[in-house]
Structure formats: C-alpha cells, structure tokens
Design a protein around this ligand. Structure first.
Ligand SMILES: Cc1cc2nc3c(=O)[nH]c(=O)nc-3n(C[C@H](O)[C@H](O)[C@H](O)COP(=O)(O)OP(=O)(O)OC[C@H]3O[C@@H](n4cnc5c(N)ncnc54)[C@H](O)[C@@H]3O)c2cc1C
Length: 482
C-alpha cells in the first residue's frame, strides 16, 4: 500500500492528501529570498496525539521525511521541507486548551492553540501568557518551544516553558520536567538533566511536541508609560542599566524613531522624524503601593538622564523626556494585554512592505557596537541608510546584562536585487557578529547554523549524535544539522 493510503487509514481520507495545489500552499513562507520553496509530497492533519504517533511510526518505517507544522506563521523557512517526498504534519486541528490553572499560574495547550485563544481564557482569571511581538494567530506551544522573545514584557523573563510531551519518530513518548513523574506538569526541573531545555530551540528536529505547560503572568490594573528620547544608542544604556538593575520596569524597549515606535504608538500619523533618533519606552506596573514607589523611582532615573546644560556634570546622558499624546501611552500599556498584533503595522512601513531581521542575544555593553556594525554592513552591501532599523529589549533576570537586539531592514521585496543584497548582508553580518561577540542567536535562521557550528567545537558533534539517537532514520527536518 502506498504511504498516502496508509496515513489516510489513520487520519481519514479528508485529512491526508497529495494534492499539488494544497501541497504547494505549504511550500514557502515570507522569507523565500533565503529559503527556496519546496513542496511537501503529502499534507497530513492529525486530530489527536494517537494519530500523530501512528503517522510518525509509519513515516519512520517507510523513511518518509516529516515536517511538523503548528500554525505555520513562521518566517525563515523553518517549516519548509528540506527533502523531497516529505510529509507536512499540520497540527492545527489539535487546538485544545487542556488546562488553565489559576492557582498554579499555568496553562497546558496543544500545538494549534494561538496566543489569541489563550488570552481569551486567561484574562478571565486576570492572567496572561507572555506575548511575543507577533500576530495573535501564532502557536503558543511552538513559540515557547522555539524559545521566543517577549518584548511585550521584560519582567516575564526569557523562558516560559515548564514541561512538555513529545512523540519521537519510533512512537515513544517523552515527558519532560515534573510531567515525567506525576500528573503535575508544573515544575521544570523534575528529574535529571533539564530535558525541557535540551529539546527546545531546534524545532522539528527531534520529534513532535503534542502538549506544553507554560507559565502565566498577572494582569495589573496599575500601568504607566514613559518615553525618553536619545540621539545615540550608547547614551541610552546607562538609564536602561539603572532601570533593569533596580527591577523597576515591566517592559523596556529602545527603538529607533522610524520603525517599531510607530507600532508602539499605534499610528503612522505623527512627525516621528522630529524626535530624537532613539526612543526609550518604559512601562511600569504593579499592585497599589509598589506601583507608585516604582513609578517615583523611574521618574527620578529619567530626570537624572535628562538633557540639561550641566548634563555631563550631573551624570545626565542627554536623554529628553518626551510628551506624547495620551493615546500613544495607552497603546503601549495595552501591548502586554494582547495588543501585539498591531506590530504587524510595521511591515507596511514607508510602503516597503517587507521585513528582514537578525535577532540575537548579547550584553547591553555592546549595544552601540551592534548598531554601528548594522549600519556599516548594510551600507557596504547597498542597503540604504533609511532602510536600516534597530531595537533593544533588555530581559530579566539581567545577569550578563542580557538583551535581545534586533538588526532590522525594511525593504521592498519586488525591487531588483533586494534578495541578493540581503543574502550578502546576512553572510557578512553573521560572521562579524560572531567575531564581535554575541551570547546566541534568536532562532536557527537560514545561514546561521553553518558559521555557528564551526565555532562550538565538540558540542556540534555531540548535538548531531544526540539527534541520531532520537531519530536514527533521520526523518525529521534537520536542515544544515544533518
Ligand atoms: C509578524 C511577525 C512577528 C513576529 N515577532 C516575534 C517576536 O517578537 N517574538 C517571537 O518570539 N517570535 C516572533 N515571531 C515568530 C512567531 O512567534 C513564530 O512564528 C512562532 O513562534 C512559531 O509559530 P509558527 O506558527 O510560525 O510555527 P510553525 O511555522 O508551525 O513551526 C515553526 C518551527 O517549529 C517546528 N514545529 C512546529 N510545530 C511543532 C511541534 N508541535 N513539535 C515540534 N516542532 C514543531 C516546525 O517544523 C518549524 O521548524 C513573529 C512572526 C511574525 C510573522
């Protein structure tokens, strides 16, 4: 019997197809400049984890490559098949919120549950998930499994996953954290090594995650936003350091005045070009008493940094507290309440329509150098200055002065040569950033693995061996890690 018939026997005829038109719709994403389109041979839509297991066992037996896909919004080709004859495992039918537990402050979800769906449930308990600055139609499970970045609230920290369940190509189920021992999936470090961490951040390479338990966070009624302008990246770092060191801000973002600020303020209709080049956006929140105390301290730090004739003597950094219309602050306040979808406005910036970024983790101390390198490399490959954008999100806990940096290019993808310029930019910039020093990359983007693996020594071999143990027939979508 052919593979299609076999899987149709598991998921039903209506949920497995080799129709070319349907397969083609899974063949590319927004970053086709970097990852060439490739059709899967089959699209299969399991309805529960038993069906996932049976399909995986069949694929493993028949040596058919598997690409898991949850909501498929990803950029960077992560869910684009590498091999001919792949089966695209579309998990979007598995979209149940299995538990929202207000006492434990956790949610357990299937792959197809989106941030919008989860927020709807959690806000009933005055809780929220940590939001990426992504559309609310994105899979919570995949975003956390990919170890995303959550600029909507620095206070949430970096890692929101407690435990999960994963099915391996041979049909075995692995449960991480306290899940492996009990029905209580609420603790990350259950038994032995941190397997929750070990499987994360190289999505689709080990097996299929079918359930994930994540942390939830409080929704506060008291929220206040401040904006401060700076002419240079380096000038803003002192006040960022102070706010992070004293754990005062729920969210901090330094953005350039032409890019994400428009999303944060919620309108294009403002003379942003008249502002200082960089704007620091600070959100303070908390319960009564703590909120007022934090707000007072934040105001003091911002006043200290503000521009004045004796700024250098008084320790000021040339910052300028900005008075924006009240609705701008409201928009930023609401961001961590699920307003993140508006960030997509940015994609239409200045009519260019396309967005490219290199996202990385590094110390605040290198902020100005990352920005300078971004401008330099972009200009060298022919990307005009006004296409170059940048932002910084410092992250609690602030050990190592941990920040997420985004080196953005907004461009018109239909311009001749646009793709080539960006490919040249990436090739140079990955090497230069590695030479300058970074903590790590945001995601396993196309082109990143090769120069990075060269630098991690024996760890690369261990990583590959580890994948071979889990997936000896190499049916998962490993890309350059083969
Ligand atoms: C406009 C925009 C802005 C964004 N901003 C941010 C941001 O600020 N912060 C951030 O963190 N992210 C951001 N993202 C990325 C977004 O959060 C990711 O798209 C999301 O995390 C992954 O969901 P997906 O639907 O794209 O995953 P998919 O495309 O379905 O899958 C992504 C990868 O995970 C694998 N995978 C999928 N499901 C499973 C599974 N069940 N088990 C194992 N592997 C699986 C796939 O094979 C693939 O490799 C942004 C995306 C967009 C489009």
């Amino acid at each position: 019997m052919n593979f299609l018939k076999l899987v149709q026997g598991v998921v039903g005829e209506e949920n497995a197809t080799s129709d070319r038109a349907i397969c083609a719709s899974y063949s590319r994403d927004q970053h086709w400049h970097f990852v060439p389109a490739k059709n899967p041979a089959f699209v299969v839509r399991p309805g529960d984890k038993e069906e996932v297991r049976e399909v995986l066992v069949l694929a493993n037996r028949e040596k058919v490559p598997v690409v898991p896909y949850s909501t498929g919004i990803n950029v960077r080709g992560l869910a684009i098949p590498v091999h001919e004859g792949s089966v695209l495992l579309d998990l979007s039918r598995m979209n149940r919120i299995l538990e929202v537990n207000p006492e434990m402050k956790t949610a357990t979800v299937e792959p197809g549950v989106t941030f919008g769906m989860l927020l709807e449930e959690t806000r009933k308990h005055k809780l929220r998930p940590a939001f990426p600055d992504a559309p609310l139609t994105v899979s919570v499970l995949v975003n956390y499994y990919l170890r995303g970045i959550y600029q909507t609230s620095a206070a949430d920290g970096h890692d929101h996953t407690l435990s999960y369940e994963m099915i391996l190509p041979n049909g075995e189920t692995l449960k991480t954290g306290s899940r492996s021992l009990s029905e209580m999936p609420y603790f990350r470090y259950g038994v032995g090594p941190d397997f929750t961490g070990v499987f994360s951040a190289h999505p689709g390479t080990c097996g299929v995650v079918t359930e994930l338990t994540a942390k939830l966070y409080r929704l506060y009624d008291n929220r206040k936003v401040y904006f401060v302008g700076f002419d240079e990246v380096g000038a803003a770092t002192k006040v960022i350091y102070n706010l992070m060191n004293d754990e005062l801000a729920a969210s901090i973002r330094l953005v350039d005045n032409q890019s994400w600020l428009k999303g944060i303020c919620g309108t294009f209709d403002f003379p942003y070009e008249e502002l200082p080049k960089f704007v620091l956006c600070v959100l303070v929140e908390g319960v009564d008493g703590i909120f007022e105390a934090k707000a007072k301290l934040v105001q003091e730090y911002l006043a200290d940094s503000a521009d004045s004739a004796d700024s250098a003597d008084s320790g000021g950094t040339g910052g300028r507290v900005l008075e924006f219309p009240a609705e701008f602050a409201r928009t930023f306040e609401e961001e961590s309440l699920g307003g993140a979808e508006k960030s997509c406005m940015v994609f239409g910036l200045q009519g260019r329509g396309n967005y490219h970024c290199i996202g990385l983790y590094g110390p605040l101390t290198l902020a100005a150098e990352y920005y300078a390198l971004h401008e330099k490399t972009a200009l060298e490959v022919g990307i005009p200055q006004d296409h170059v954008h940048f932002y910084i999100d410092p992250i609690y806990s602030f050990h190592g002065q941990l920040c997420y940096f985004e080196l953005d290019v907004f461009y018109d993808g239909s311009e001749p040569g646009a793709g080539e310029k960006l490919r040249n930019y990436n090739a140079k910039q990955f090497q230069r950033l590695l030479d300058l020093g970074i903590y790590g990359w945001f995601r396993p983007y196309a082109g990143i693995i090769e120069p990075t693996v060269e630098r991690i020594g024996h760890l690369a071999e261990v990583w590959k061996k580890f994948l071979r143990v889990l997936d000896p027939n190499e049916i998962m979508n490993r890309g350059k890690l083969l």
